[in-house]
Design a binder for this molecule. Structure first.
Ligand code: ATP
Length: 500
């Protein structure tokens, strides 16, 4: 095809029309028809192609070879080890077929968002010297029947073609958010997704050990329980690797990786930051490092200091400081609410409060920062009840001082309800060991109210005995807007010595 065919045609058509009009031919119907055809073509192009096959493949961004290695992923030692072992199947394919072992077709990475599942898939491509083709489940969702299925076909074709072109023996196809297309199929009405899923299953069944390039599908989800059992059966995604939230050691190594290209002050202790960033995912830790460097730049400094990192933790946890101006009465209510949380936390877990502030951040008008906790994987009933009482402390304090609650307790109640649900599912309530689906809504409501009412009463009783602490701390908090853990504990100690 000549190089400038499109341009020549574009120039020729209007000239032809003008010439026809000059000859006295009625070109109006032709112009209308041409306009409609152009509009149709534009719509088809925007939708990803006139035919299903012309779609996603063309739109997908061509990725260069993956250069990311497993060493560049922090923590996740077990997941990395498991994945490497599974990938050895792809590398040692000759041995495998000699022993009659069927090829590994799919690896499912499950875990919360931002824990490094995509990084793992990229590192897998590097480790096996494969072509890396990535897509997201949502790319296959289309209103029109057959488009999603066509795109799956294209994805596999694209992977094979690229492997051949780049002279690679294997290709890794990564599908993020597989639950979007791989959700459980319900009998009866066929959905568009079902065809897409069927096509995926067919493509997986068509992967053979002796073909070149060999294809390995890696998928990621954080909702494994939603997936159709056909996807999970042996011979399909039969390797499941859990990519968990990092523990303290993992958090430190992720921070170290992202600190490599940043000028850290020699006094910075990443160990301490890893401790403070309790419950953070890899993506959040990356963000902490980034935000800390931004704080450093704002202050015209050349080294990231410990306080920049602490400020960045607050920002990632709660959102950026906002300019929301609260009036005096509202500010006082927020202060009482936050002190309610802080007093309950200090009573139930002495030494746990790190700071109480009235600075609005994200959605919150004030917040209590807690000291880093010990890494914990099991929770007792007492622990969970204490946690609920700390959450209810804000509302209970508002009731004490204002006789009623405000909308400021919404998030606290969500937290309390989630904990109650965990308790019910773990057999820690008077419902005993029960399948919650078999319990009626009334029974659940009754149990829920019983637990929360009782804990609310206990919270009120605790707080009523601490009116002194409220009064002393409130003054400082209203003036300074910040109360450090140490200052707060001083008020606590002093108030014990003072008559109530
Ligand atoms: P999602 O489920 O939302 O797709 P994901 O688990 O695939 O998330 P990634 O996309 O792999 O998460 O990670 C997002 C970013 O977070 C990465 O680009 C990286 O900067 C950082 N990150 C996450 N986990 C790690 C880790 N273990 N080591 C280093 N960086 C990490």
């Amino acid at each position: 095809m000549p190089k400038y065919l499109k341009e020549i045609l574009l120039g020729f058509i209007p000239v032809l029309f003008i010439f026809m009009a000059f000859l006295g031919i009625n070109i109006f119907p032709i112009v209308i028809a041409a306009g409609m055809l152009t509009a149709l073509l534009i719509i088809a192009h925007l939708r990803g192609g006139l035919t299903v096959n012309a779609g996603a493949g063309k739109k997908r961004k061509k990725e260069g070879p993956s250069k990311l290695t497993f060493e560049e992923i922090g923590g996740q030692d077990n997941a990395k080890q498991e994945l490497r072992e599974a990938l050895d199947f792809l590398i040692r394919h000759e041995e495998i077929s000699k022993f009659g072992i069927r090829p590994l077709k799919g690896i499912l990475l499950t875990g919360p968002p931002g824990t490094g599942k995509t990084l793992m898939a990229r590192a897998a491509a590097h480790y096996t010297n494969s072509v890396f083709v990535a897509a997201s489940g949502s790319e296959f969702v289309e209103m029109y029947v057959g488009v999603g299925a066509g795109r799956i076909r294209d994805l596999f074709k694209d992977a094979r073609n690229r492997a051949v072109k780049e002279n690679k023996q294997s290709a890794i196809i990564f599908i993020d958010e597989i639950d979007v297309i791989g959700g459980k199929r319900e009998g009866g009405q066929q959905r568009e997704y079902d065809q897409t899923l069927n096509q995926l299953l067919t493509e997986m069944d068509g992967i053979y050990n002796n073909e070149t390039p060999r294809i390995l599908l890696v998928a990621a989800t954080n909702r494994k329980e939603m997936l159709d059992s056909a996807l999970l059966r042996p011979g399909r995604f039969d390797r499941h690797i859990q990519v968990d939230m990092p523990d303290k050691k993992g958090r430190k190594s992720i921070l170290e990786l992202h600190a490599k290209n940043k000028p850290l002050h020699p006094d910075v202790s990443l160990d301490k930051i890893a401790e403070e960033a309790y419950g953070f995912s890899g993506a959040q830790l990356e963000s902490v490092m980034n935000e800390a460097a931004i704080y450093m730049m704002r202050e015209d400094l050349t080294k990231v200091e410990q306080r920049h990192l602490s400020m960045a933790i607050d920002k990632v946890m709660m959102g950026e400081k906002t300019d929301r101006e609260t009036n005096h009465e509202e500010k006082k209510r927020v202060a009482i609410h936050e002190l309610g949380h802080a007093i309950m936390a200090e009573l139930l877990r002495p030494g746990s409060v790190s700071q109480v502030t009235l600075t609005p951040r994200g959605q919150a008008l004030g917040y209590v920062r807690h000291n880093p906790q010990q890494e914990q994987y099991l929770y007792t009933k007492d622990y969970l009840e204490d946690q609920i009482m700390i959450a209810l402390g804000g509302a209970a304090a508002e009731e004490m001082y204002y006789g009623g609650r405000s909308t400021g307790s919404r998030g606290d109640f969500d937290q309390a309800l989630n904990i109650v649900e965990t308790m019910m599912k773990s057999g820690l309530t008077s419902l005993g060991i029960a399948n919650l689906e078999m319990v009626t809504t009334e029974e659940l409501m009754k149990e829920n109210s019983k637990i929360l009412d009782e804990l609310m009463t206990r919270t009120r009783e605790h707080l009523e005995k601490q009116r002194n602490v409220f009064d002393y701390s409130l003054d400082i908090l209203m003036k300074e807007e910040v109360l450090s853990g140490e200052q707060f504990r001083c008020q606590f100690r002093d108030s014990v010595l003072l008559p109530a």
